[in-house]
Design a protein around this ligand. Structure first.
Ligand SMILES: Cc1cc2nc3c(=O)[nH]c(=O)nc-3n(C[C@H](O)[C@H](O)[C@H](O)COP(=O)(O)O)c2cc1C
Length: 376
């Protein structure tokens, strides 16, 4: 008996040392280099492909669910194709690929903002062919237009507000301050998405109604409890946390992965999310007229443009997807919004949710894969 206790203790110590060493050697490598992009480095005299690849440096800074960065790009001549990288799809959190397509739309919008800044005219064809989601043709205006001989090779610099916001934007998961967002700013944000509302049937609903916030918080609690009771969801979340792409990095990332998978972190995460909702002055909802992948890519575009405007205005934002990841809470929220509480006049398919407010700034960016890793 004494022998077997000694043996078990020795084995446990060896296992712990083994896991620790494996953790040290197998630390996921993450990089923040992608954020060191500088507008003045645009290779104005290089080949078309090199210039378009530079524009992609902005696309890869886009937000994506679990920072999965589920994109691949092909650059050829004056054309960029955007593909979904399905190996990075969150099959449990995002069974219907809604978040995957929204993430791709965010990357597309960053690309278009950068292209506009550097004087390109763009033409986007949306596709639903295998993994190909969008084909963008880009023409540099200054090269095609009749310009005086002394004109610079690069088009005149555009307003830098949005392209600078691409590099400044971060998800802010702090509690938000007890301070209302000015009506004029909310209107500016609504206006930023107007083009998408009119042409694409995409609607933004912003509300400060405490009754909706309370109902929303209660649904958030149910959604969190449901998700954290699901071993597959936890394994998937743990996998991405273990990659060091959301929050902790290195050995800490691996420890966080083990905690999410093996410990009962659900109650604590649920409590934190409820508090975050309680601190939120404005909740935002996005709906579409159609429920297809192309509409979802366009939601990503509209949402990213909205987020860039918010960043430029000093307003913080955090997407909150849990309620939409559980069919029952998604249906209940749709029902609540459809009854017109707070005069939202809601209609359509619910695609995305976020909270908005003022907050202490977030210090660090999250890591990104290098361009070389996402080029086909
Ligand atoms: C479609 C989509 C869904 C997201 N859902 C959540 C969410 O539920 N909770 C959250 O904290 N962040 C969410 N995010 C934000 C991502 O986690 C974040 O963009 C990613 O970790 C990269 O960090 P960054 O935005 O600071 O660059 C979501 C982002 C997208 C595009």
């Amino acid at each position: 008996m004494a022998m077997s206790i000694k043996f078990t203790v020795t084995l446990t110590i060896f296992l712990l040392i083994g896991v620790g060493l494996a953790g040290l050697f197998m630390q996921p490598h993450v990089s923040y280099d992608a954020w060191n992009i500088n507008k003045s480095s645009f290779p104005a005299n290089a080949s078309s492909e090199e210039k378009l690849t530079f524009l992609l440096s902005y696309a890869i800074l886009a937000p994506s669910s679990h920072n999965s960065q589920p994109w691949k790009f092909n650059v050829s001549g004056n054309q960029i194709d955007i593909y979904a990288d399905k190996s990075r799809w969150l099959q449990y959190a995002d069974a219907d690929k809604r978040e995957l397509h929204i993430s791709l739309g965010c990357a597309l919008e960053n690309l278009l903002v950068a292209a506009e800044h550097f004087g390109y005219e763009t033409n986007v064809t949306y596709l639903n062919e295998g993994d190909l989601v969008a084909r963008i043709r880009l023409e540099q205006k200054s090269l095609t237009a009749q310009v005086p001989a002394q004109a610079p090779a690069q088009a005149p610099a555009q307003d830098s507000r949005l392209i600078d916001a691409i590099v400044a934007r971060k998800t802010n998961r702090n509690a938000y301050l007890d301070r209302p967002v000015a009506e004029a700013d909310l209107q500016k944000l609504q206006d930023s998405a107007k083009g998408f509302s009119k042409d694409q049937g995409i609607q933004f609903y912003l509300t400060s109604d405490p009754e909706i916030r309370n109902k929303f918080r209660n649904l958030e609690i149910v959604a969190d409890q449901t998700l954290y009771a699901d071993a597959n969801y936890k394994a998937e979340l743990g996998h991405w946390l273990g990659q060091g792409v959301m929050g902790p990095t290195g050995v800490q990332a691996l420890a966080t992965q083990l905690a999410v998978v093996f410990l009962d972190v659900g109650p604590e995460e649920t409590r934190k999310d409820a508090e975050l909702v309680n601190s939120t002055p404005v909740l935002g909802f996005i709906s579409t007229a159609e429920n297809d992948s192309i509409s979802q890519v366009k939601v990503g575009q509209a949402f990213e443009r909205f987020w860039l405007e918010a960043t430029a205005l000093g307003i913080s934002l955090q997407p909150m997807s849990q309620i939409l990841e559980v069919p029952e809470t998604k249906a209940e929220l749709t029902e609540i919004l459809s009854t017109g509480i707070g005069g939202l006049g809601y209609s359509g398919y619910l695609q995305h949710i976020f909270r908005l407010g003022y907050a202490e700034p977030v210090e660090d960016h999250s890591p990104r894969r290098a361009i070389s890793e996402v080029l086909i």
